[in-house]
Design a protein around this ligand. Structure first.
Ligand SMILES: Cc1cc2nc3c(=O)[nH]c(=O)nc-3n(C[C@H](O)[C@H](O)[C@H](O)COP(=O)(O)OP(=O)(O)OC[C@H]3O[C@@H](n4cnc5c(N)ncnc54)[C@H](O)[C@@H]3O)c2cc1C
Length: 522
């Protein structure tokens, strides 16, 4: 999969596309896979890199959402639990089973969460990840050696899925490509084409690398632009009411020793009524998240001071070693594309269900939902799109579609496990050229071979693409990522035939972005 070949496929399409999808996050790429596997001609356009938006900034859980059970949204939980099972089945190289311990400090918590989590498990039915059970104080501490012990009575353990969001996304892009879809990063939808009756019949787009302006015809256009949904809706009809209530969530990343052990902590009720997770991820500890309404979505959202302080303070209640600002290796923020409901002042209580809306102009908007449910969202969306565009009726086949990289024993590839069946090819690169086996930074496992692989086969175009979304360096350790940037620029420039000025600009641009992932010590 590389961009010039994608462009070739794009140019070769003489007829209008059956579908054009705007937005290369989980939602849009899911739609592209679904449509392509039904045999429809589908083009996806992403303004920046795949996963630049919310889809690389999640808590990395493939989950039913214990919290929604408490809110009484049983159907949402059941749907998500089923999707969790399907994703683990179809992408075993990227989804792993993780134990979550709810530590109990009050007498009523053990029976309360014990029963709730039994129900969670029962709802999963044949898609279960493992039975929940009540833990003694000793068992709780064995699983979470660094848990705050004062007042600890015991805990409840349940199981959910964990994944690497942007790695899954890149693998989904590859899957869609293998199924015949065309997906272009760095092509922005700038407007909508309409027929004489005012119905949308294509898009105007700009190649952000070359500045080339494009007008592309389609039978139906799908708006999957996540937090930016309302912008494209307004392009179609400036009078529409906004439907997105953007809400920011942040995560802090620490050294893995803060949590220790293999299990995660789940705190069902923080002081602001939210759920907080502390999760082991790629050898680090990720703690989040907040839920802060924001007026306008940003493509590169920045953590607010009060969010950082809230996570530090809340984590200190549960971790034996209190994390300080100086311990934060990276902070990342994401925007939830929550669907606005009348009379709801609090985004934490807004529905995580997805919404599909057919606008008067004929574009289809899909938003809301969760990473976990992307496949089901896509199925619903393509059903609607096919009817609207009068495409030949075809069944959805993604329930059992293996995701690119599918491998049932990828742990044997060590830190390359997330590449699944691609891992041997990266190992071969390192064997052929010893310089590619060198680590890019002593604090992280990534090697030069991964940057080369990303440029050759995963459509990485910039230093940020490699350090933020093909590897997760920026999300794990922002200062280390900054130190890696010049070497990655060299490797990319050689692969993409770029000059010294490009390298310099890339490093400067990356450093500017990476500054948002650093928490100052005071
Ligand atoms: C803090 C946080 C934690 C979360 N944790 C979890 C979790 O653990 N598990 C889970 O299941 N879900 C989780 N979610 C939810 C999940 O991440 C989102 O529901 C999902 O990523 C949304 O994907 P999307 O494709 O709709 O949006 P996005 O990923 O934002 O994609 C939209 C894309 O559209 C592009 N775009 C915008 N305008 C244009 C244009 N004009 N032309 C072309 N492209 C355009 C953007 O660049 C962007 O890449 C979390 C969300 C947040 C914020």
């Amino acid at each position: 999969m590389n961009r010039s070949e994608m462009y070739g496929r794009f140019r070769a399409q003489a007829e209008p596309w059956d579908l054009i999808v705007a937005g290369g996050g989980a939602t849009g790429v899911g739609v592209a896979i679904d449509a392509a596997t039904r045999g429809y001609h589908v083009l996806l356009l992403e303004q920046h890199d795949f996963g630049k938006g919310t889809s690389s900034r999640s808590t990395k859980l493939v989950h039913g959402g214990v919290r929604y059970l408490e809110q009484g949204n049983v159907s949402l939980v059941m749907e998500a639990l089923k999707e969790r099972g399907l994703l683990a089945q179809n992408a075993p190289h990227l989804v792993r089973n993780l134990g979550f311990v709810v530590p109990n400090y009050e007498w009523w918590e053990t029976p309360f969460y014990g029963i709730g989590l039994k129900l969670y498990n029962l709802l999963a039915g044949k898609y279960g990840f493992g039975a929940s059970r009540i833990l003694s104080q000793e068992e709780t501490l064995r699983l979470l050696p660094n848990l705050q012990t004062e007042g600890l009575r015991g805990g409840v353990i349940y199981f959910d899925g964990q994944f690497d969001d942007s790695r899954l996304l890149i693998n989904l892009v590859a899957t869609a490509y293998e199924q015949g879809a065309v997906l272009l990063n760095y092509v922005r939808v700038t407007g909508l084409c309409k027929d004489e009756d005012g119905f949308v019949n294509g898009v105007h787009a700009r190649n952000m690398e070359t500045g080339e302006e494009l007008a592309i015809a389609a039978k139906v256009v799908v708006n999957a632009t996540g937090p930016f949904t309302d912008n494209l809706r307004r392009e179609a009809d400036p009078s529409v009411e906004p439907m997105i209530a953007p809400s920011q969530g942040i995560h802090l990343v620490f050294d893995g020793s803060f949590l220790a052990g293999e299990s995660a902590i789940m705190v069902p009720h923080t002081s602001d009524g939210r759920v907080l997770f502390a999760i082991p991820w790629h050898g680090h500890t990720v703690v989040g998240t907040t839920d802060t309404p924001v007026a306008e979505p940003a493509l590169e959202p920045v953590a607010m001071e009060r969010e950082i302080e809230f996570i530090l303070q809340t984590a200190s209640l549960y971790l034996a070693r209190r994390p300080a600002r100086a311990d934060v290796l990276s902070v990342f923020a994401g925007i939830r594309p929550l669907v606005r409901m009348k009379d709801s002042g609090n985004t934490a209580s807004l529905s995580r269900d997805h919404t599909i809306r057919i606008e008067n102009s004929g574009i289809i908007t899909i938003c809301g939902g969760k990473w976990t449910t992307y496949r089901h969202m896509a199925e619903d969306c393509v059903n609607q799109a096919a009817t609207l565009a009068r495409l030949p009726e075809r069944e959805c086949v993604t329930h059992r579609l293996s995701i690119h990289g599918f491998h049932t024993n990828s742990d044997r590839f060590g830190w390359l496990s997330g590449y699944g069946s691609d891992a041997p090819a990266i190992e071969a690169l390192m064997e052929q050229d010893a310089s590619l086996a060198e680590r890019l930074h002593p604090a992280l496992p990534y090697t030069a071979a991964e940057a080369v692989w990303a440029a050759r086969h995963e459509m990485a175009r910039t230093v940020e693409d490699v350090l933020a979304r093909r590897t997760r360096a920026l999300f794990l350790n922002a200062r280390a990522a900054i130190e890696m940037a010049p070497r990655v620029a060299d490797l990319l420039a050689a692969e993409l035939q770029r000059d010294a000025a490009w390298k310099k600009a890339q490093v400067e641009c990356f450093n500017q972005t990476a500054a948002n992932y650093i928490v100052s010590a005071v």
